[in-house]
Design a binder for this molecule. Structure first.
Ligand code: TXA
Ligand code: MG
Length: 325
């Protein structure tokens, strides 16, 4: 989708002046502000209702800008950068003094990525500063993957929203901590563990032991991506559950794969996530499905489940967090 250059210039001016712009990236829409301006970054937190200790991701457009925000970049991180940037991979690195604590939620590390979306790249270049941007949604809600999602959720509280069409990947970037001996994935995304290990060897998923450890990646501690109605992930006995809920007179929403559409009763509200045989299309549609269920005001949402391999790991991570009580 072509975006008018004058609109991107206008957005860049807003960023320079300390305002907020929602803009498209290849993963989800971001809520952007000048990453080096603490007052501007604070507006992101206020607008989202995001806890101040939950750091945001900083976006750059050129590799030469990395040294502005991060230092002591390890060899393995450079390998990842060479292979996966621009794209949906966020690296945790040591931050420079230029980056205010507001941006990193008080941490001495920074999350940084270079988006591949041409509008995001142009916006960052024209703004002439790294752009801090979490997903452009109210904290806890599903992330927006198109312009209308942002309008519905944040509408009036943003200075400008750029429509760049639907997001290519549909789930947020993979977040990987490169500051320790072994790389640790805090958040699975479209760049998979398998792809990363092929390049840099042993990599682990973060497993939080809340009893003995402080939380390493604050965002992972919160309930996330949740629609208004309760969400249940159904592996088997789908039919039994359906007839039970139907007999209770509930308005039932179903996140279904295309292959299975025919099997759901007419009284249910079915959202077609795409073909199970193409998990990347499921990822593209997962947040749209959750948000659609809210629009249709269902009482309860049932979702099919997916294998936890490749991008399936990211899909299940989002569904499991969205279904947490
Ligand atoms: O795809 C994406 O990454 C999108 C688009 C807009 O780029 N952005 C995004 O940002 O998802 P956000 O703020 O919603 O998610 C940032 C995640 C949170 O889980 C946060 O805790 C973690 O990254 N994070 C940020 N800085 C960190 C740090 N220094 N150490 C550990 N985790 C960090
Ligand atoms: Mg988010």
């Amino acid at each position: 989708m072509k975006v008018d250059n004058t609109l991107i210039q206008q957005a860049a001016d807003i960023i320079k002046q300390g305002g907020l712009v929602a803009f498209p990236t290849e993963t989800v829409y971001g809520l952007g502000a000048d990453a080096l301006n603490p007052t501007a970054v604070n507006k992101i937190f206020q607008t989202k209702g995001r806890p101040a200790n939950n750091p945001v991701i900083v976006h750059i457009a050129d590799e030469s800008d990395l040294s502005k925000v991060a230092k002591n970049v390890p060899m393995m991180a450079k390998l990842l950068i060479n292979n996966f940037w621009p794209g949906p991979l966020t690296l945790i690195l040591e931050k420079t003094d230029q980056v205010p604590m507001e941006t990193t939620g008080g941490l001495s590390t920074i999350a940084v990525r270079m988006p591949s979306h041409p509008v995001a790249q142009k916006l960052i270049r024209l703004a002439g500063t790294p752009i801090a941007a979490p997903s452009a949604n109210t904290s806890g809600r599903p992330s927006p993957t198109n312009y209308q999602h942002v309008v519905d959720d944040l509408g009036n509280s943003v200075d400008l929203i750029i429509d760049g069409g639907p997001s290519e990947y549909g789930v947020e970037s993979t977040v990987i901590d490169m500051t320790g001996e072994t790389p640790i994935i805090y958040r699975p995304g479209s760049i998979t563990l398998e792809q990363i290990e092929k390049l840099i060897g042993t990599t682990e998923y973060y497993v939080q032991d809340s009893l003995i450890e402080e939380i390493k990646s604050p965002g992972m501690a919160y309930k996330h991506y949740a629609p208004e109605a309760p969400l249940y992930l159904i592996d088997d006995n789908f039919d039994d559950l359906l007839s039970e809920y139907l007999s209770q007179g509930l308005k039932i929403g179903i996140l279904a794969t295309h292959e299975n559409l025919a099997q759901y009763p007419e009284q249910t509200i079915v959202f077609d996530l795409g073909y199970r045989s193409s998990l990347s299309s499921i990822a593209q549609n997962i947040y749209a499905g959750l948000l659609d269920m809210d629009k249709k005001q269902v009482d309860i949402i049932l979702s099919e489940t997916f294998p936890k391999t490749g991008i399936g790991t990211a899909i299940m991570d989002r569904l499991e967090r969205a279904s947490q009580k």
